[in-house]
Write a protein that binds this ligand. Structure first.
Ligand code: GCU
Length: 599
């Protein structure tokens, strides 16, 4: 009885943690690549600062004269023990681990400095970061611009009054140390790449600009476009126009007291789908601002245990992908790098990718959209998060909000995921039900899920038990029968009974192997063992997992993880990839390619 009451309270949303606003977060400017920008990418000076002497004094208290002051000295009357301009340089964007041998395994603080010219234009200026892993503090010309926590979502600070005509400098303290109350917490199965990992730029906007907008098909209605645009200022009576030339649409609405204009437009656009990834040029304009975008129009819904794209059942032929470049590792920040991974997924006959376990770059999302690949996008609420901490909840909520804010117009994103493999408890249910209701408040159109876990009914009968089944649209779960749960012969005996009557996605399955290691007797770590695991899993899904609407095997490519230390087999890599980190396709890749051809 207690459990039913608890689920009811979750459904009623009565149990949600209150969330303090994360300090320093300023409203995100959307569609940054369509704005007037001055790139700050390139070579930045850097200083490694393991004990954070640049921020704390010898009593471990915040210092007034930290590195961020960047004072100039004459070494006669004044001196200092740091200097950026004579320090070495590294490329931004890019994680520091793959750029400098001495930083390969570095976790800690690193300081960056970039000098740049700026010519005042009378416009407002924001400093935008595509991502900084994990904790970033930013100063412009020695004055604080803001703070941000979270390693995979964009953030921006207004710097209009911090800039001067001519030469300026920006200094950033990035700290990627793991901590118990962080999101993710201290333990996660991927490499903790640190640094300014995505684009950095100045963005110029008018004093009153179009801060955010959403232009999508109405939920479940392929003949109505609903749009909402919000000005940076709370101004009523401003005219905002939405134009879609190819559909001969030009519609103007007037903002309300909050500066919000809403539109409902009858239209019959060509619907985006994996075979026809149609994008429409869209322009949103006000009396002072104009933003262009490319928008996909599609609907996504569920019906019983089916997932419907544009009202038609679709099987999600997916694969999990970590944000790590195809050859040689490191965080991805370019469209070309994203394309390589997505092209491998297409070769495997995928129409869907689970971008694990955190928001990937905007380049990855937009390239997938152009290639006709649907996306599951996720925040790193992973494993043993501190469910009792309000600050941790605020952090997770902020990252979730930044992910949705950035990508709300990407029609290929069909699922928002709030967690991965999280241990059951009342506190965890409260925390995640709060994230789910927040997700729906930010975006009522996309499906919501999380990667749950399997449970044994008996030796060979399995299910999923999770209170949150009542709150999600899709029941997704990770299972490793044949790897962590028995050997491949067990796969032939297992059947599934999942009682929730919703579409099911197997959001992870697979096993490790070393590309090129062959064993006729199918020994563990061999390609033959991994291929057999996938062949048997496909048969199990087809024959004994009713309600299956998609799978995302774990995962596309071998990737770096400090949790994988088996000499000669792993050597710091998780080898569940269907492709090696050198681009070598394993036998299992072709098993999946064939199976997906039958779906
Ligand atoms: C888990 C987890 C993954 C991890 C995988 C593995 O399911 O979600 O992040 O890498 O198992 O053990 O390889």
């Amino acid at each position: 009885m207690k459990k039913q009451l608890f689920i009811l309270s979750l459904l009623l949303g009565s149990i949600t943690l209150s969330a303090q606003e994360t300090p320093g977060s300023t409203p995100l400017i959307q569609n940054i690549y369509a704005r007037e920008t001055q790139s700050l990418n390139g070579y930045w000076n850097y200083l490694m600062d393991q004990q954070e002497i640049g921020y704390y004094n010898y009593r471990n208290l915040p210092s007034e004269d930290g590195f961020f002051k960047d004072v100039q000295v004459d070494n006669v009357t004044t001196w200092k023990e740091y200097d950026f301009d004579s320090a070495p340089v590294m490329r931004v964007p890019g994680d520091w681990n793959t750029q400098k041998p001495e930083l390969y395994n570095y976790e800690g603080t690193l300081w960056y400095k970039k000098k740049f010219p700026y010519k005042k234009s009378g416009k407002r200026v924001f400093l935008y970061f595509g991502a900084a892993n994990y904790d970033a503090k930013v100063w412009v010309n020695g004055r604080k611009a803001g703070d941000h926590v979270g390693g995979f979502t964009p953030f921006n600070f207004e710097v209009t009054d911090l800039l001067r005509e001519g030469e300026n400098s920006v200094i950033v303290k990035v700290d990627n140390k793991r901590s118990l109350d962080a999101v993710p917490t201290v333990n996660f199965d991927w490499f903790n790449y640190g640094g300014l990992t995505r684009d950095v730029m100045l963005v110029e906007v008018p004093s009153c600009f179009i801060q955010t907008y959403r232009i999508q098909l109405d939920k479940g209605n392929t003949r109505r476009i609903v749009a909402r645009a919000k000005l940076s200022e709370r101004r009523a009576g401003e005219k905002i126009t939405v134009e879609i030339p190819e559909l001969k649409i030009s519609r103007t609405a007037t903002t309300d007291a909050d500066g919000v204009a809403s539109f409902s437009i009858e239209a019959t656009p060509t619907l985006w789908n994996p075979d026809v990834p149609k994008l429409y040029d869209v322009v949103i304009s006000s009396s002072t601002d104009r933003v262009a975008d490319q928008i996909a129009f599609r609907t996504i819904a569920t019906r019983g245990q089916e997932i419907l794209l544009n009202g038609q059942p679709i099987f999600l032929k997916g694969v999990c992908i970590h944000d790590e470049a195809a050859y040689g590792g490191g965080r991805i920040y370019s469209t070309d790098e994203a394309h390589i991974l997505l092209q491998w997924a297409k070769e495997m006959n995928c129409n869907f990718v689970r971008l694990a376990h955190y928001p990937h770059s905007e380049q990855m999302i937009r390239e997938a959209e152009r290639m006709g690949i649907m996306v599951w996008s996720e925040v790193p609420v992973y494993w043993t998060i501190n469910w009792e901490s309000e600050a941790t909840f605020a952090n997770a909520k902020n990252q979730l909000g930044e992910m949705i804010e950035r990508d709300q117009n990407r029609g290929n994103i069909i699922i928002w995921s709030v967690a991965n493999e999280t241990p059951h408890s009342d506190a965890r249910d409260r925390f995640l039900s709060g994230l789910i209701s927040y997700t729906r408040s930010k975006d009522a159109t996309r499906l919501v899920s999380l990667a749950m876990e399997r449970h044994d009914i008996s030796e060979n009968e399995m299910t999923v038990q999770d209170n949150l089944h009542a709150l999600v649209d899709v029941v997704s779960f990770n299972q490793y029968v044949g790897w962590y749960v028995g050997r491949n012969d067990k796969i032939d005996r297992v059947s599934w009974k999942i009682p929730y009557g919703k579409p099911i996605i197997v959001s992870e399955y697979g096993g490790e192997c070393v590309a090129g290691y062959h064993s006729p007797e199918k020994k563990i770590w061999s390609e033959e063992y991994q291929a057999e695991l996938y062949a048997k899993s496909a048969r199990m899904f087809d024959e004994r997992l009713p309600g299956l609407a998609g799978t995302t095997p774990w995962l596309l490519k071998d990737y770096r993880s400090p949790r994988r230390v088996m000499p000669n087999m792993q050597d710091g890599y998780n080898r569940k990839g269907l492709v090696s980190e050198h681009g070598q396709k394993k036998q299992a890749f072709y098993v999946m390619q064939q199976w997906y051809k039958t779906k």
